[in-house]
Design a protein. Structure first.
Length: 169
């Protein structure tokens, strides 16, 4: 297995990503200083090599996104739980939410055929290791308020991302 990581700048600050065998396994949204982020990724992914070449169009798309442009990550290979697992179903359905649109936790639960599982959907999204590519920030409470966000930067970052997307439509 070959694992690589990279850090790169965006208009909102440094981001990071980790891939293994050509599949994205982690993204880190803007929150850290670049040197701190590089050290964190190297520590958490022992043996990973710092090599930006393993990230295809991810870097350019992230930069476009944080410059307020619609960016699609649909074709990037990601390592997700099995399609049969609840978490895999949630993440795959979430990945289909388009730029500038939102869906409530209960709507996403209905989307996967589990209308009684809104809280479980929220729990599965809280474990999303690939935020932005799997756009869990687009899932909100039923009343349209942000809800939770476990990515670095928390709910304030989620609200900022949703606001940017709404104004860019």
């Amino acid at each position: 297995m070959s694992m690589v990581f990279t850090t790169f700048t965006t208009a909102w600050g440094p981001m990071g990503a980790v891939a293994e065998d050509g599949e994205l396994i982690r993204t880190v949204l803007p929150h850290y200083q670049r040197d701190d982020l590089k050290a964190l990724l190297a520590f958490e992914h022992q043996g990973a090599v710092d090599d930006e070449s393993g990230f295809g169009g991810l870097i350019e798309r992230c930069r476009a996104y944080f410059n307020g442009q619609s960016a699609s990550f649909d074709d990037l290979p990601c390592r997700l739980p099995s399609e049969k697992a609840f978490g895999g179903k949630v993440l795959r359905a979430c990945r289909e939410i388009p730029f500038g649109e939102t869906m409530s936790y209960s709507q996403l639960a209905r989307e996967i055929g589990r209308e009684d599982a809104a809280r479980a959907v929220a729990g599965a999204l809280g474990k999303n290791a690939i935020p932005l590519v799997i756009p869990c920030h687009r899932v909100t409470y039923a009343d349209g308020t942000a809800g939770g966000f476990s990515a670095e930067g928390g709910v304030a970052l989620k609200q900022r991302m949703l606001g940017m997307e709404a104004s860019s439509r």
